[in-house]
Design a protein around this ligand. Structure first.
Ligand code: FES
Ligand SMILES: [Fe+2]
Length: 445
């Protein structure tokens, strides 16, 4: 459990909060690239860490992320015209470029003072970078702006990766809690079919998310995995070990990366890797950016179509990335299905996660929890974030923000003898105890 003060610290990220300051030391996904599909297309409203912003793509394809209020008299630039080289306010025609610079202030006479005036009339704009199909934003102090984290996703050609997102109607931290609590798969995502094969076909996404029937069986039979950790400069490796067959353990190894990434623990060699990034919209909701990458082979059309339709970490979403099964319709819970076939009666691994995380409240009350050994990953994540936010408030910058190279890590599944510790499981699975991918490529795909 947490104290009320720590729960508040963990979950509030608006301007002026300690956790908000920590988030503002890192690059955060602001939009998918495909949400601004064309030069001079419609601008896009968004809310990030409690700040209302406006994004637009200019004639040259560059993206601007700006304060939406026009400095003339406060009209919202969302209604503006995205014209040659900038966005023009629809009220009286002031025009701004992607850096927020005022190009024309049409209500002032263009005399010799005009060039001196323009620099004073700009919009606040945040730095933006585009990589991996995602538009990344940095909302922190300009002099502390770090390089983009070197995520493996960003290293690969576009045919080897996929990215989408889904709305989550609760606080970012409990969604991240849920992703790092890998023990819950033994219950939340399980089927209640008679045999494992029918159980696996009953829920395709469940079977695919967990690999094969052995993995499903090991997860079903051991609902109390034992956690081990390996800390590294970008975050922490979280290994959860279940009994497998004979003297072996089945390891599901996730990673938490600062400040909001959770790597999916299920991937075996050759399979596709996945990660979720939890981005606060405000304190009651977040976008979960879902990313997948496969260093061994391109992600083909059939696999992409599955992700687009809702599969594994991907929800079935509408054109605005809002899940079809959501709070407002109780996730289309089917009680008959729950009685006969699936533990929840809710279709989709992602929607099962979403339902149960939303059900903890818009902001979970962590003062009333009773945490046990299988909550060790959740405890570690919260402690890292709370310690980093408190340290920053005391004047100590988070080292992870500048450790871009350390973010190129993998998590995944492995089977090993019960005497092998996590660091050695990581070495044999990924070639490095932190799962770090060498710059020269890595044979452990
Ligand atoms: S309010 Fe934008 S130009 Fe007047
Ligand atoms: Fe889950």
């Amino acid at each position: 459990m947490l104290s009320a003060a720590d729960n508040n610290l963990l979950t509030t990220t608006g301007p002026g909060t300690a956790m908000g300051a920590l988030f503002r030391r890192f690059w955060l996904p602001a939009l998918l690239s495909r949400e601004l599909p064309e030069p001079d297309g419609p601008p896009k409203k968004l809310r990030l860490l409690g700040e209302d912003l406006l994004a637009f793509r200019d004639t040259n394809g560059r993206v601007g992320l700006v304060d939406p209020r026009c400095p003339h008299r406060g009209a919202n630039l969302y209604y503006g015209r995205n014209e040659e080289g900038g966005l023009r306010c629809a009220f009286h025609g002031w025009k701004f470029d992607v850096g927020g610079r005022c190009l024309q202030a049409t209500t002032f006479p263009q005399d010799e003072k005009y060039p001196d005036l323009l620099p004073k009339l700009g919009l606040h704009a945040y730095p933006v970078e585009e990589a991996g199909g995602i538009i990344w934003a940095y909302l922190g102090p300009p002099d502390l702006r770090p390089p983009l984290p070197r995520l493996e996703l960003l290293e690969l050609a576009s045919d080897h990766r996929f990215a989408s997102k889904k709305l989550q109607e609760c606080n970012w931290a409990q969604a991240c809690d849920g992703a790092l609590d890998t023990a819950h798969f033994s219950f939340l995502h399980m089927s209640v079919g008679e045999d494992m094969q029918s159980a696996a076909t009953m829920s395709q996404s469940e079977a695919a998310a967990s690999g094969d029937s052995n993995r499903l069986r090991w997860m079903r039979d051991d609902g109390m995995p034992r956690f081990s950790f390996v800390e590294h400069p970008a975050g922490v490796v979280m290994g959860a070990a279940r009994h497998a067959d004979g003297e072996d353990l089945y390891w599901r190894i996730s990673q938490f990366l600062f400040p909001n990434h959770a790597l999916v623990p299920s991937t075996f060699p050759g399979e596709t890797y996945h990660s979720q990034i939890f981005v606060p919209i405000d304190d009651d909701s977040c976008w979960i950016y879902c990313t997948s990458w496969n260093p061994a082979r391109p992600i083909g059309p059939a696999e992409r179509a599955r992700y687009e339709a809702g599969h594994s970490i991907y929800a079935n979403v509408d054109a605005d990335y809002i899940p079809i099964r959501r709070r407002a319709n109780d996730y289309l819970l089917d009680r008959d299905e729950q009685k006969r076939r699936s533990f929840t009666g809710i279709k989709g691994v992602s929607e099962q996660d979403q339902a149960i995380q939303d059900s903890q409240g818009f902001i979970a009350d962590r003062t009333r929890e009773h945490l046990g050994p299988t909550d060790a990953g959740v405890v570690r994540f919260r402690r890292l974030m709370l310690d980093a936010a408190k340290a920053l408030a005391a004047g100590h910058e988070p080292a992870a923000a500048q450790a871009a190279e350390a973010f190129c890590v993998r998590g995944g599944g492995a089977v090993a003898h019960r005497d092998v510790p996590l660091a050695d499981v990581m070495r044999s699975r990924f070639g490095d105890p932190a799962g770090l991918i060498s710059k020269n490529g890595n044979p452990h795909v």
